[in-house]
Design a protein around this ligand. Sequence first.
Ligand SMILES: [Fe+2]
Length: 425
Amino acid sequence: MLSKFRLFSILLLTCLGADAMAQEGVNSPSKNTSATDKYRVCWNADPTTKATIAWNQQSGKPGKVYFDTKDHGRDVKKYAESQKIDRVQKYDGMKNCFIRLSGLKPDTPYYFCIEDETGISRRLSFHTAPVEPKPFTFIAGGDSRNFKDVRIAANMTCEKLRPLFIAFTGDMINKDEAPEWVEWLDDWQQVISKDGHVIPIVAHRGNHERRPETIHHHFDTPMDAFFAFSIGGELFRYYTLNSEIPATGAQEAWLDRDLAAYSKKTTHLVAGYHKPMRPHVSAKKEGDNPMAWADNFYKYGVDLSIESDSHVMKRTHPLKPDADGVEGFSTSLNDPKATVYIGEGCWGAPLRAADDGKPWTLDTESFNGIDWIQVSKDDIQVKTIKITNTARIEPARTLSSFEDPKGITLWEAKGGTVLTIPADR
Ligand SMILES: [Fe+2]
């Protein structure tokens, strides 16, 4: 016969078990009863107050987003705000749904779920950018087009480092066709942490995004995929440029206008685009189209430029355009107008030999890697992560931490592991 104590213990354990099961069940934040998948948060405009939530609607009508600065799990009734669909785009066999949130609070976590005819999605979250000039991190890289294992490992590395956003500088896929995009968007789910935190993507167009509308249709960027935004008030302005359309003409005119308006008051100016001006791979043609921006960069003092496409990693000295220099550039140390160039696209594309270094190259090497960048009042710091032993990297506990987690492997580049670009005086 069971003693009273044992009977009580069994009852207690049964109740606790049922509770745990309930937690894992209906209220589990990771459960998805909706017909939605392939989630992403896209930054295409002022990320201190705006964000676009995107997903694929597998069936039925597009869902509605419930959101709040407080976490209510999957209990949509408790969310303070909701918003209906802004844009539906059938493309590549998917039904891409976009909800453009605006009027958000800066530097604030937002929790959200999507409710559709079938049910409720997992509970996800993202963090808006600050308007205060506080330090933050972002990850930059591109060219994920061929090797799924490297692509996933790089995505998982991002998830572990919890940067404020990812600047993805093009060539997500190889053939710009449906099966590759379906797979790529599934792999992108690896940037979402177990607790549902989604790292926003700033999507750039590469030459493998052969259809001019691809980036617009998968990430809701402007059609021409060039735009700019600021973070931290006057701390930082980021230029998403499109090297696959003429760099001159409308794009250059816009760039010149925007830099004229922001360069004097902004501490750090950073640009990202796909094709490098001067590739560090000999088989690659010189990037005479993006080279058209070099004079604007120097005129307005763009501090850092992020390139992709060649499938090697590189860092340059601070450079200025120079007709008498090598390939149109020369080193210009302690020059507040000079630009440091990094890149060039190793997120899973076939690596190439780094066989085209210049006198103004700081270092170049061939390995799978992404750039991890911290922006603060004093400087921009760049660490380059080698995509290896991802499982061993200890996840960061806080957003925008720049401490090296256990298990990370950094590129010991010439000039030092950390590349520092001081703020202009
Ligand atoms: Fe490319």
